[in-house]
Structure formats: C-alpha cells, structure tokens
Design a protein around this ligand. Structure first.
Ligand code: SAM
Length: 489
C-alpha cells in the first residue's frame, strides 16, 4: 500500500529503518529545502495583513536557529567520518547556518542509505551553493565509488543579476547504494545523434564502434546508435510555469519521470522524504510504481491529496494510507496533548489542514491569535482570525480573543476548542458580538464563531460567504539561487 506520512522525515526514516533493517526501497529522490520548512507556507499567503512584512521576517528562520549540536552528537555514534567532516566545517569559512543545514541533511541521508535496498538508487536535488558540500556528505555515506552522476538540470527563468552569469541550473547527485550488477538502470530518453554524426553516417546503423569524435563506443552502445545515443547528464527541462504552480518549489513531472523510469521498473518502490506538493508521488503513480511520500507541512499533504484526486479520481484514495494526521477524536486529542508532534502542531493541523488557513508565525502565549483565513468579497480581501485551544478554556479566553479580533480590525473571529470545553457564558459572549453582514447580503454570519474539533472532524468549517477562499492562491515565482546565498551571510 502506498503511504503519505505527515511529519519530520527523520522520525519516519528511523521508524522505517527499525521496521525494515535490510532496506526495502528501490529509489529515493529528495529535494530538500535550503531553508527551514516554515518559509514555505507564507508563500501561499495573499492576505493584505498590515504586518505582513514583519510576518515574513519572522518566518525567515534560518538553519542557524536550529540547534544542530545534538544531531552532531548523534552522528558521532553512527558515523565517525561524517561527524569529523561536519565538525571540521566549523573551521573553514562557511556560516554556522550552512553547517547546521549540512548536519541536518547528513543524518537524514545516513538513514536514507539504510532504507534503500542494496540494488537501490539515490538522487539528491540541490543547487550549486551547497552541492559540493553535499557531495562529500554523500561520498562518505554511500562511498564515492558508488557515485554515478552529477546531473545538471538546466532551465530558463526570469533574468536576474547583471554582474555575473545567470544561475540557470540545479544539480542532482545520483548515487547507487552498491555497485551491484542487479541494480536497475534503464536507458531512457535517448538523445538524437548530432548533426555531424548524421552528416557522416546518415540515419544508418553505425557499426564501426566509434562515435563521431573517434572515441571507441562502449559495447552496449553500439546497437543503440541507430535509435540515438545514450542520454547524457545535462537535462534541458522547462520549469513549472508560475501560473501552473501548486507549490513554489514544485519540480516538473518530466524530470521525475525520467529519474523514475531510469532507476526503477513497474511495481518498484519509490520514496520522496521531502515531497512538497507530491511531484514524485504523482509521477510514480502515473508510471505504475509503488510510492512513499513524506512532508512536514500539513499544507503539502493537503495539496498532494488534492493533486492525486484531480489526476486519478476518488478511487485513488483507496490506494494509499496517510500516517500522522488525526482522523478521529482520539488521535486529535493525542495530538493536542503533544503525544506525537507537540502542541503547536495541533494548532497547525486545525488551522492549515482542517480550516485551510495560515498559522501566525509569531507564536504567542494567550492573548494573541493563532492563524487566519482570507476570503474575497467584492474584490477585497476579508480576514477571519483563528484562535485554537487544545486544553481547558473559559469565558475569559473568549473575551480576550474578541478583544484581539476588534483590535486587529478583522472581519470575523473563529474560536476552536474541544466540544466539552464550550460553556454557556462562552456562547453568550460570542453571540453578543453580532453578525458579519453587508447590506446586499441576505445571509448573516456570526462575527465570532465557536467551532469544535468534533465539528471539524465531521466536515463542518468556518461559516463565511460562499466565495473561494484566497489563502491558497498560486505562489509567486521565487529565485532560489539568490536566496541560498543567505546561507553564507
Ligand atoms: C523544495 S520542497 C519539495 C518540492 C517537491 N519536490 C515538489 O515538486 O513539490 C521541500 C519540502 O520539504 C518539506 N520539509 C522540510 N523539512 C522537512 C522535514 N524535516 N521532513 C519532511 N519534510 C520536510 C517542506 O515542507 C517542503 O514541502
């Protein structure tokens, strides 16, 4: 059964390694973020909140904020060479955040190596700011004799920067777990013969055993030269145009399709541990491979589900399981109690997955607001603030929230808690705030709405005018290359 995991891939990898110590995956592709996960959600935000700039700054938490020393200690016991390499990075001119990033990646790649079959392949998608360091990390984990290719994915984007050449490529490092003769490598998407070859030999089969440069051809290529020559390691594939993007860093399906067809056969298992909006997952489904997708963001998991449904209809839901998202009251309570992922994750689940909003990057104690959702009304963005309570609440919490809604000049307020916490005084306080209502509407909507977790699990949601919410508006184009420079600041 295919599987989508919501959570940190390190937890998932450790669990999978524990369950299948011999390795069981045929192909792993990863496209990890260059910065922390949190930056991804804000890119979907289109609300015109007054403090958007401040929010964006708050979101820009870099890897330097993450305590990586514990991970480094953990690696010391797992792989001493890797530990020494990372530890010594501290003494060259590379920022702390870059070392933290590499350490964070190293432990995950260590476990990816473990969950691969001996015949398995690994593709690491990165860019030139980090690829040389990541190559060493992979050399140490996979052994450099198992390095297969550095694939250059070349694309075009809006020109930027005029004092250097445009940065128009990403790197994909390709390793095999072992040198096993049984590993799959299919020669896919052969290239056309060059003009000079065609001029010399026409379209006839080349039997000389030499290419147009006079180099001896490897024996397995001789038969193929009539169809074209083996694909090389520079790939020209267009990026997903911004208007078609579901996700700011979405990769083209053609890219994933080539990787999957080259390194697996039908029925094999493909995994992506940073799967974003699920390009690997949908390409694998299309190519009749089994798949595993993991992402730490609820938003990503929601998008993948939508993408699979749009592509393969309702039936596809029977072909995969989701791990990590509460589906019933008991698991919602567990999440709220921080059993699995911590209390703030409960808020994210309510706000992003269940309501479809954006969480407030400034995590505040009581007296603030936890998230918001926007909706269009007459060309204007209207805002509903969301407050989520995982534990005990009383009428004072409700009054505080009412005060915040009024101070922020929000159009609506939604207070979420478990049903057994709702009291009569709370209902009364909410009712006293009246309606969100425009003169040309027949309908009225409570200005302060109490939404229980139970109701959310039953498919109910915030009551707003029936226009499409705008929170998930298509993300804008972003120049990754420039951003990654920040790692060295
Ligand atoms: C560059 S995007 C991947 C885009 C993807 N290739 C696609 O085509 O949509 C990186 C993803 O990694 C996720 N992520 C970040 N840290 C993670 C972690 N520790 N575990 C799992 N996913 C993580 C982010 O939420 C984001 O969706």
């Amino acid at each position: 059964m295919n599987k989508l995991y919501f959570g940190d891939c390190l937890d998932v990898l450790k669990k999978l390694h524990n369950d299948y110590p011999q390795g069981f995956i045929d192909l792993v592709y990863i496209d990890p973020p260059f910065n922390s996960k949190r930056n991804y959600n804000i890119l979907f935000e289109s609300a015109d909140l007054k403090d958007t700039k401040a929010q964006k700054e708050a979101f820009a938490d870099t890897w330097s904020n993450i305590s990586y020393k514990d991970t480094l200690d953990e690696l010391k016991d797992l792989d001493l060479d890797l530990f020494r390499f990372l530890e010594n990075l501290d003494i060259i001119r590379i920022s702390k955040s870059a070392v933290a990033y590499l350490t964070t990646m190293a432990i995950r790649i260590y476990y990816i190596h473990k969950v691969l079959k001996d015949t398995g392949s690994f593709y690491l998608h990165c860019d030139p700011t980090m690829s040389h360091y990541l190559k060493i990390v992979c050399d140490l984990i996979f052994d450099n004799k198992n390095f297969r290719n550095e694939i250059i994915w070349r694309y075009r984007k809006w020109p930027s920067g005029n004092r250097q050449f445009q940065r128009n490529h990403d790197c994909i490092l390709f390793f095999s777990k072992t040198g096993s003769n049984d590993r799959v490598f299919n020669k896919v998407d052969l290239m056309d013969r060059t003009a000079s070859t065609l001029k010399r030999f026409g379209n006839q089969k080349i039997v000389s055993g030499y290419d147009e440069f006079g180099n001896r051809l490897p024996s397995e290529m001789k038969d193929e030269t009539s169809e074209g020559v083996a694909r090389d390691d520079t790939w020209d594939i267009g990026r997903v145009p911004p208007v078609k993007q579901l996700f700011p860093t979405q990769k083209p399906e053609a890219l994933l399709s080539r990787i999957i067809r080259a390194s697996t056969n039908e029925g094999d298992l493909v995994a992506d541990f940073f799967c974003g909006c699920g390009t690997t997952v949908t390409a694998a489904e299309q190519l009749k491979r089994k798949w595993i997708g993991v992402d730490i963001s609820h938003l990503a998991i929601g998008l993948i589900e939508r993408r699979l449904k749009d592509g393969y209809g309702d039936e596809v839901r029977k072909k995969y399981e989701i791990d990590g998202l509460p589906k019933d009251l008991a698991s919602a309570i567990q999440l709220a109690q921080g059993v699995e992922f911590g209390r703030l994750k409960f808020q994210d689940w309510v706000i992003e997955t269940m309501i479809g909003g954006i969480h407030n990057p400034k995590k505040t104690a009581d007296g603030g607001w936890d998230g918001y959702i926007t909706f269009d009304y007459g060309g204007k963005k209207e805002i509903a603030l969301i407050e989520v309570k995982s534990g005990k609440v009383n009428v004072n919490n409700m009054r505080e929230f009412i005060h915040v809604v009024s101070k922020q000049k929000a159009d609506l307020g939604v207070f979420v808690c478990f049903a057994k916490q709702v009291t009569k005084p709370m209902l009364l306080a909410a009712k006293e705030e009246g309606y969100y209502h425009k003169d040309d509407w027949r309908d009225k909507f409570d200005k302060i709405q109490i939404l229980t977790v139970e109701a959310l699990l039953n498919g109910e949601n915030i009551r707003i005018p029936q226009t499409q919410t705008s929170t998930f508006k298509t993300a804008e184009e972003k120049d990754d290359g420039i951003d990654n420079q920040k790692l060295f600041e």
